[in-house]
Write a protein that binds this ligand. Structure first.
Ligand SMILES: NC(=O)c1ccc[n+]([C@@H]2O[C@H](COP(=O)([O-])OP(=O)(O)OC[C@H]3O[C@@H](n4cnc5c(N)ncnc54)[C@H](OP(=O)(O)O)[C@@H]3O)[C@@H](O)[C@H]2O)c1
Length: 377
């Protein structure tokens, strides 16, 4: 495992950080945790050198922190730094922030949080966090030693990022970044701004929620032509770790084999490791993906549950999959599941609850109709 610097904090952490949002595969629509499997997976990652673990109050129907707390018994807590988050939709005043934080400590079975984040901050949520005194509350927690670092995770565009990062004394920021998102969300400009400010950056959605792990044929052809052979996952992580501003790359693994592959990859990657030819390859790969992508949904599921029962991320996943991999929608098992559960886009009534929650600002209502039409339904 390579260990990387956290900028101005003067500490190091494992380049691979384990994300605890995707146990059991939301792609299948299942958000219940196989607890024993998750605990084994977390401990296996720590035994392999992972020292940074990311969770949040809301992940996996609020069970992610509880399972992580159980996994960190038997001496594992002392081997890792925990990052968890406060969601603005669950707190409206100081008393509720205190209660939610204490609940998180109890679930995680710890007396302190290492990295405490305001969750999924955008321009509008940042104003709400400020209005209830969250920045002051975080500072007090830090002074009392209940948290070590004050941080935020970000989902909005670059202008919002620039405003928020300059509007508080932050210790770390978590952004969505991968070789497809250079001009999306905070983007490369945001990454470099954080670097200039000395604020370490933790990366989420480094594989775009897993979409970059399986290359479509036009992308695989580019990888195959390159003299050095690497898996799509290795190319994606290598590209991220090439950036010196990146402290940790989170990966939400579902299977032991994924942990093992990631442990192997993060043993080899360092800032500045990529040659000009490799960087050119990744530019070509990006163009090849864009030529076939229908919608930039990352399957984060923030839009769910839909009040009218539409399986929104599932529908978009099928739409992208059939376009990227040239497959027949009629043969698609996931689409069959959506149809048999009566969770198709035809149930959308255009209420917009999903669009208000989408961190990617997707035009979900219109896209659902387009997807349904393209899929021949
Ligand atoms: N704060 C926020 O707003 C926010 C938002 C999103 C994520 N996060 C955090 O960031 C973490 C990472 O984000 P993410 O889960 O979206 O990460 P990601 O790395 O983009 O996607 C994770 C998915 O990639 C696939 N994967 C991982 N390693 C693999 C390997 N070696 N080979 C093949 N496939 C592999 C798995 O997909 P399959 O399930 O298909 O196998 C896994 O579920 C999350 O777990 C969460 O803790 C935070």
């Amino acid at each position: 495992m390579k260990y990387r610097s956290f900028g101005k904090l003067g500490i190091t952490g494992s380049a691979f950080g384990l994300g605890c949002m995707r146990f059991n595969g939301p792609a299948s629509g299942d958000s219940t945790i196989d607890e024993q499997k998750a605990i084994s997976l977390i401990r296996h990652a720590i035994d392999g050198g992972v020292t940074y673990i990311d969770t949040a109050y809301v992940y996996l129907n609020r069970t992610s922190e509880t399972v992580l707390g159980k996994a960190l018994r038997d001496g594992y807590r002392d081997k890792v730094m925990i990052a968890t988050k406060m969601p603005i939709d669950h707190v409206h005043n100081r008393a509720e922030m205190e209660a939610l934080f204490e609940e998180e400590l109890r679930k995680l079975q710890t007396d302190h949080i290492d990295f405490y984040l305001m969750h999924a901050v955008n321009a509008e949520r940042w104003e709400r966090f400020k209005a209830i005194g969250a920045p002051e509350f975080f500072e007090e927690l830090k002074q009392k030693g209940k948290i070590r670092y004050k941080c935020f995770s970000f989902h909005d565009d670059y202008p919002a990022f620039e405003k928020i990062i300059n509007d508080n004394d932050w210790d770390m920021v978590q952004i969505q970044y991968n070789f497809m998102d250079i001009n999306n969300q905070a983007g490369t400009k945001g990454l470099e701004l954080a670097g200039k400010l000395g604020i370490p950056v933790v990366i989420m959605e480094g594989l775009l929620g897993g979409r970059l792990a399986k290359a479509p044929d036009n992308v695989q052809a580019l990888y195959d032509q390159f003299p050095v052979k690497r898996s799509p996952v290795e190319w994606a992580f290598r590209w991220l770790c090439n950036h010196p501003e990146v402290a940790v790359v989170l990966s939400g693994c579902n299977e032991m084999e994924q942990v093992d592959e990631n442990l192997r990859i993060f043993d080899t990657v360092e800032p500045g490791i990529m040659s000009a030819e490799e960087l050119k390859l990744m530019d070509d790969v990006r163009a090849a993906y864009l030529s076939r992508t229908k919608i930039g949904c990352t399957d984060c599921r923030y839009c769910m549950p839909c009040p009218n029962g539409v399986n929104i991320p599932g529908t978009f996943a099928v739409w992208n999959k059939t376009s990227l991999y040239n497959t027949d929608p009629k043969e698609d098992g996931n689409l069959k599941e959506i149809l048999s559960a009566n969770a198709g886009a035809d149930r959308c009534i255009g209420c917009g609850a999903c669009e208000a929650q989408c961190p990617q600002h997707l035009n979900i209502i219109e896209s659902l109709q387009n997807a349904w039409q393209d899929l021949g339904l």
